[in-house]
Ligand binder design. Structure first.
Ligand SMILES: NC(=O)c1ccc[n+]([C@@H]2O[C@H](COP(=O)([O-])OP(=O)(O)OC[C@H]3O[C@@H](n4cnc5c(N)ncnc54)[C@H](O)[C@@H]3O)[C@@H](O)[C@H]2O)c1
Length: 254
C-alpha cells in the first residue's frame, strides 16, 4: 500500500530536476498517485524533465498570470484524469529588483508581478481546480517563513506573508467543499528560484549552522515528503496550517 494510492494530483512548478515539485511528483508516483504536471514557459524543457519521473506524466501549460490558461485548466486537466484529490502550488517569481537589498526602491509594477505570480496565484490555482475536486481533497503550497524580515529576500518575503494569509482565507472558504489548504515552509534549497536571489549564499552559510537537525541545501526530499503527508489521508482535520520543514530553524532564538 502506498501513502497516496488512488490519489489524482496536479503538480505545478517542475522546471528542473532540482525543483521541489520534481521530488513531490517523483515521491507521489512512488506512493501510488496518478500525477499530471503543469509547466510554464519552455514546455519542451518541462516535458524532457518529466521523462525522468518513474512514469512520465502529461504536461499541461499554465502561466498563472494568463486568465485563459486558468479558465481552461479544469477542462485540460480533465482530459487526463476524471477528478483531482490534490493540488500542489510550487510557484514563485519576483523580478530581480524585488530581491537582494533593494527593498526601499522597488517599483509597484515589479512588486505587483511578484504578488501576482507568488501569492494571488495560490487562490487562482485552487479556484481553477475546484470543478475537479467534487469529492474534496487537499491543496498544498510552498512557503518560506514570513514571520521575519530576512536578509535579501525583500519583496518575496512580503509575497510569502501574503501567501500565508491567503492560505488561511482559502482554508476558510474551501472547508465547506471538504478541501484542506496547508503550506510547507521549507528551509533554503538550491533550486533555480533560489539561484536567482542575489545574496542567497547568506542563507546557505547560516542555515545549516542554526538548524538543530542540520540542513542539506541540496535535498528537496524532506519538503516534498511533508507535501505528500499533507496530500494524504493522514491529516484529515488539519487546514490553514504551516508545517515547517527547515531543520528547526524557525523555532530557535538568534
Ligand atoms: N528554493 C528555496 O529555497 C525555497 C524555500 C522555500 C520555499 N520555496 C518555494 O518553493 C516553490 C518552488 O520553488 P523551487 O525552489 O522549487 O524553484 P523552481 O525554480 O524549481 O520552481 C519555481 C517554479 O515557478 C514556476 N513559475 C514561475 N512563474 C510562473 C508563472 N507565471 N506561472 C506558472 N509557473 C510559474 C517556474 O516555472 C518554476 O517551475 C516556490 O514557491 C518557492 O518560493 C523555495
Amino acid at each position: 500500500m502506498g501513502l497516496l494510492d488512488g490519489k489524482r494530483l496536479l503538480v505545478t512548478g517542475v522546471l528542473t530536476d532540482s525543483s521541489i515539485a520534481f521530488n513531490v511528483a517523483r515521491l507521489a508516483q512512488e506512493e501510488g498517485a496518478q500525477v499530471v504536471l503543469t509547466g510554464f514557459g519552455r514546455l519542451s524543457l518541462v516535458e524532457r524533465i518529466a521523462k525522468r519521473l518513474p512514469e512520465p506524466p502529461p504536461v499541461i501549460e499554465l502561466d498563472v498570470q494568463n486568465t485563459e490558461h486558468l479558465d481552461t485548466l479544469a477542462d485540460r486537466v480533465g482530459a487526463h484524469v476524471d477528478g483531482l484529490d490534490g493540488v500542489v502550488h510550487s510557484i514563485g517569481f519576483a523580478p530581480q529588483t524585488c530581491l537582494g537589498g533593494n527593498f526601499l526602491n522597488t517599483s509597484w509594477e515589479d512588486v505587483s508581478t511578484a504578488l501576482h505570480v507568488s501569492t494571488f496565484s495560490f487562490k487562482s490555482l485552487a479556484v481553477a481546480c475546484l470543478p475537479l475536486m467534487k469529492e474534496g481533497g487537499a491543496v498544498v503550497g510552498l512557503d518560506f517563513d514570513a514571520t521575519k524580515a530576512w536578509p535579501v529576500y525583500d519583496w518575496m518575503g512580503v509575497a510569502k506573508a501574503g501567501l500565508e494569509s491567503a492560505s488561511r482565507y482559502l482554508a476558510r472558504d474551501l472547508g465547506r467543499h471538504g478541501i484542506r489548504v496547508n503550506l510547507v515552509a521549507a528551509g533554503p534549497l538550491r533550486t533555480m528560484a533560489a539561484k536567482s536571489i542575489p545574496g542567497f549564499q547568506e542563507f546557505e552559510e547560516s542555515w545549516p549552522a542554526k538548524a538543530p537537525l542540520g540542513w542539506d541545501l541540496a535535498d528537496t526530499a524532506p519538503a516534498a515528503k511533508a507535501c505528500l503527508a499533507l496530500l494524504s489521508d493522514w491529516f484529515p482535520a488539519t487546514t490553514g496550517e504551516i508545517v515547517h520543514v527547515d531543520g528547526g530553524v524557525h523555532a530557535m532564538g538568534a
